[in-house]
Ligand binder design. Sequence first.
Ligand code: SAH
Length: 356
Amino acid sequence: MSQPLVGMDLTDLREALGPDQPGYRARQIYQALYHGQAADLAQISTLPVRLRQELAERHALGLPTVDRLFESTDGTRRYLLRLADGRTVETVLMPEGERDTICISSQVGCPVDCKFCMTALMGLERSLSAGEIVGQVLLVTQENQLRQEGGRLNIVMMGQGEPLLNLPNVVKATRILLDPAGFALSPRRITVSTAGIIPQIAELGREPVRPKLAISLNASTEEQRQQLMPITRKYHLKDLLAACQAYPLRPWEKLTFEYVLLDRVNDTDSDARRVVKLLANLNAKVNLIALNPGPGIPYATPLPERVASFQNIVRRGLPCFVRKPRGLDIYAACGQLKSNSQPAIAPALPPRPVHP
Ligand code: SAH
């Protein structure tokens, strides 16, 4: 069987249909895939039955399947999704009041090796195709009948993997998600997060259609950052900040810096003051995340007072927010995504205390 349909753009679809089909057929399929959200080729009722059959013989639709679903007491849902080659990857849905956020993966595992992150323990298995990136969004949207009117839906590429080490597929997926004729998401509703792969930051900035950019800072000095995120031995803080300075923000856009707070490692008041200095010249905001712990992670979560003190100092220089952990009880929070079909990794349903 040749290429799956999900992940194809209009050009790919025209090519897949061949010269005998009228041009509007590709548009009909494109719309059905991403806008109408077909869960099955047979559902694309705008196409003649014969063409649907021919397509089904040659192409899979290509959506992932749900291998396991974990549900948190806070409403977060962690999907372990199975891909066509049998590998699994995670996607997390976080419903919250007026909005839903889907956190998607860009790779199976991750090559970056951050010392506080559970995904790092997997190493890199492979990058995802554009279709596997878009497929996560389509599947979770369908499964939960999510609506995106009024900007309800947000997508963050903060799951497994380093998106900027899979940039062509991330960009292709983003184009489909943002295309008004495709998934039609607003560009303000999609964010990509990077450990700071400098050449690809510049490359992303040259893309006319792109997500918002978040950068995982996670340290206040070069030395500390190199210890916590070994990949930054290659991509230095000074050069990262220069790339951020040169990054072409859109008029409504700010850079986001993420900072994982590790107890007594990078969470002191002096760290906070250094963060303010580092970011002083940027149009930026800071999101603080108190460490989400996990097996194999040699750090502890700071006390709430420490987090508050850090926030108060950073706030004097730039907007600073504390991200609430979501889905901690099911290993769905930031840095906890480690594909594992073994039930031991997290209970499918958290055990409930039994009251007499
Ligand atoms: N590779 C990308 C995207 C995945 S990580 C990146 O590095 O940005 C997404 C975010 O989760 C990053 O900001 C990362 O620093 C944070 N993170 C990783 N492990 C964490 C943990 N154990 N607790 C809290 N946040 C964590």
